[in-house]
Design a protein around this ligand. Structure first.
Ligand SMILES: Nc1ncnc2c1ncn2[C@@H]1O[C@H](COP(=O)(O)OP(=O)(O)OP(=O)(O)O)[C@@H](O)[C@H]1O
Length: 709
């Protein structure tokens, strides 16, 4: 009935179409207008179409949050709605007797999570998995949740303790602008796209007060420092220093007004993320004082000048490449900002050292080709930036992390880069989409599969809801013995010359049986297609192996160890015992630790943490790819709904038993009901089953009733 009414096009009578529709609905079915359905399990029937219509109706009515069983759907409004995130509203959700009876909100999830910690029911630790495609609102959501906990999980005491707690919360909140300045960038899909993944662990003491936090980051897209797609930008911080530096700083950092940098595309675009002052202020609160900040910005300016060093082709292979005319000044400026000997910088960029022999004693020096010089220059910048980012994260952690004895439980917020599919996808997208597959699998395993299996085991009446399991895709990416990861890693291990076309052939022949592997007949570049749960993505094989090796010539690290700059000295210590991955082993074998293998290991660690917690899910949905408010493009939303299996989730949530109470807790909580029903004469049999499937069904229904769901 709803569908028909909604599909009906209303005329332009005196009555507005919206109110006519509502009247019609009421008359025909007595059902609530679609936008009033704040739980998708109430949509009837539950189909992709009805869910889509409901979300659209709500979006147009400025209702951005909707429950979908165990998941909260968050539609990106693409406009500021300050009244939706006020501290007063946070307190309302916190103080509510039954927060789930209030309008759906991320604060309901926040509060439920918080109450779960309080209840001490195992697993006490909680996690909130915020997912969605790039630009859907994940970072925004996690930021708001952090603010929520900063407001509600505070010490009620006054005086000194209160001040300490407030300082910790401020620091935790201040970690956001700093990490976003250094780790976010404007991409085609999102002006403030996170180019790294993060898991924030909010640490709570016995009284459920936030005593600290810890941040774990994943795979920063460091290639962006030296290479940006034409309509994209470098990390925000570079624009911030160029736009926000004072006159004096401009002189110190050699950043005159109007200077152009190859690695600073689209500087004319001004974004709200360009605010230098916010970053500085936040850094200060995290304990990074002004001299240290200036040191960081000076190094970053040095990298910008490094990007302006261009080489000319050498006519004689035995001679190093010459600098382009404009580049001579850039070399001097870059060397001076990075406090490196200018000759050594030039030599390192232009001459390769080859070690040979058993103990690598024989050393040859070979001039690099122009392309090799460019690669070394880019590599130097990536090396510095990646270490700087890691260093910042460790500074942040030391500033916000609580003493391990002071906290007993945590709430984890996971905000990883969303699923990506560009015209040109490479190793970065493969890793990002792989992470999204793993998270989807966690959701599928935890919710869609495990729940239904449990119902079957408990003997509950249940007709199985089919869902899209992404295991086949994961097998293709990471399975054993052969997968895309293993094949790319093997190329790195064998260190054999391998063309992009050869890699494509190897992948296609070794994994031909996988239904998730596709081939594009139209593509001129060697590539392969992976059919992800969120859609097919074509990956180009050119440069894949090299990126996976992520080779850092030893000379580059040695060069940076020669720097007199205090920050670079800290980032590149000259500790002979510290053997870095980039150093070749004695036997001259290629390093086994590849980007993919390190990423895989960190993902596995993350999933272990997630498995040990009670998970909560927030699905962020991007209503349109133009980031426009009040614009709901059905096809785009539909593909996101399909990709995350939302309809299946709703089906299972609607028909299933989402609330689980242990038998003991159930008896304790509802023992009162027994008094209402007289016992049988023997006194042994309660009218309610206390064990087995029927008990859990009963527990669920009573509990659901109690919670008003
Ligand atoms: N609840 C909201 N209210 C207002 N604007 C929002 C909201 N959520 C998101 N936005 C807007 O959408 C933009 C993109 O959101 P966000 O950066 O959180 O996306 P994301 O999912 O983290 O993307 P990525 O994966 O690229 O990092 C924000 O910069 C903000 O302008």
């Amino acid at each position: 009935m709803l569908q028909q009414v909604n599909g009906h096009s209303c005329g332009s009578d005196a009555q507005s179409p919206a109110s006519l529709r509502e009247d019609l609905q009421e008359f025909l079915g007595g059902e609530a207008p679609l936008h009033q359905l704040d739980d998708l399990t109430k949509v009837n029937p539950v189909t992709l179409e009805t869910v889509l219509r409901c979300l659209q109706a709500r979006y147009m009515a400025d209702l951005f949050y909707t429950n979908a069983g165990c998941t909260l759907v968050a539609l990106n409004p693409f406009k500021p709605i300050p009244q939706l995130y006020t501290p007063e509203l946070m307190r309302d959700y916190h103080a509510a007797l039954q927060p789930q009876k209030l309008k759906p909100h991320i604060f309901t999830v926040g509060e439920q999570t918080y109450r779960n910690v309080k209840s001490l029911i195992e697993p006490v630790n909680q996690s909130i998995v915020v997912s969605g495609e790039s630009g859907a609102g994940k970072t925004w959501t996690s930021r708001c949740l952090m603010k929520f906990y900063a407001v509600v999980a505070t010490s009620p005491t006054s005086g000194e303790n209160y001040k300490i707690a407030e300082r910790i919360e401020q620091r935790i909140l201040n970690s956001n602008p700093v990490m976003e300045a250094f780790g976010n960038a404007c991409t085609l899909r999102n002006n403030n796209s996170s180019r790294f993944g993060k898991f924030i662990q909010l640490q709570l003491n016995r009284a459920q007060q936030m005593t600290g936090a810890a941040v774990q980051t994943y795979l920063l897209e460091k290639t962006r420092v030296a290479c940006q797609a034409s309509s994209e930008r470098n990390f925000h911080i570079f624009y911030q220093i160029c736009k926000g530096a004072s006159e004096e700083e401009r002189l110190q950092w050699h950043l005159p007004e109007g200077a152009t940098f190859s690695w600073l595309p689209n500087p004319e675009r001004t974004l709200e993320e360009d605010c230098f002052e916010v970053t500085r202020e936040a850094m200060l609160h995290l304990g990074i004082d002004t001299p240290s900040q200036n040191n960081i910005f000076k190094v970053l300016a040095g990298l910008l000048h490094l990007g302006n060093i261009w080489f000319a082709d050498s006519e004689d292979e035995a001679q190093p490449c010459q600098l382009m005319d404009d580049a001579k000044c850039s070399v001097r400026t870059s060397a001076s900002l990075l406090q490196l000997p200018v000759d050594l910088l030039l030599e390192t960029l232009r001459i390769r050292t080859i070690r040979a022999g058993k103990q690598q004693q024989q050393v040859f020096r070979k001039p690099c080709s122009r392309a090799e010089c460019d690669t070394r220059r880019d590599c130097l910048a990536k090396l510095v930036y990646a270490r700087l980012f890691d260093w910042l994260v460790s500074v942040i952690n030391s500033s916000i992390c609580a003493d391990p004895n002071s906290w007993t439980a945590f709430i984890g917020l996971l905000d990883v880069y969303g699923f990506e599919s560009f015209p040109d996808n490479s190793l970065e997208q493969l890793c990002i989409n792989y992470a999204n597959e793993k998270l989807q699998q966690h959701f599928v395993a935890h919710y869609l599969r495990a729940q239904q299996e449990e119902y079957a085991v408990e003997g509950l009446e249940w007709s199985f809801v089919n869902y899209q399991d992404n295991q086949t895709c994961l097998n293709l990416i990471e399975g054993s013995p052969v997968s895309i990861c293993s094949l790319i890693n093997e190329e790195c291990r064998l260190n054999r010359p391998s063309s992009a076309a050869q890699l494509q052939t190897r992948i296609e022949s070794a994994l031909a049986g996988s239904p998730c592997l596709g081939h594009s007949k139209l593509s001129r570049e060697p590539s392969f297609i992976v059919v992800h749960f969120a859609g097919p993505v074509q990956y180009h094989t050119a440069g894949l192996v090299e990126k996976n090796k992520d080779p850092v010539p030893l000379e580059l690290t040695e060069l940076l160890q020669q720097s007199q700059d205090p920050l670079l000295i800290a980032l590149f210590p000259t500790n002979p015992k510290e053997k870095t991955q980039e150093e070749p082993s004695i036997q001259g074998r290629a390093p086994v630790l590849t980007v993919v293998s390190k990423f895989k290991a960190s993902l596995e660690q993350l999933l272990q943490v997630l498995h040990s917690t009670t998970p909560h899910y927030i699905r962020c949905i991007k209503p349109n790819s133009q980031s426009q408010p009040q614009t709901f493009i059905q096809e785009e939303v539909l593909s996101q709904l399909e990709a995350c299996g939302l309809v299946e989730t709703i089906h299972i949530s609607a028909a299933g038993f989402p609330i689980r109470v242990s038998h003991q807790n159930f008896v304790e909580r509802y023992a009162l009901l027994r008094r209402l029903h007289p016992r049988t004469s023997s006194g042994l049999h309660s009218p309610y089953p206390t064990k087995g499937p029927a008990a859990s069904a009963l527990a669920s229904s009573v509990s659901r009733e109690a919670q008003g769901s």
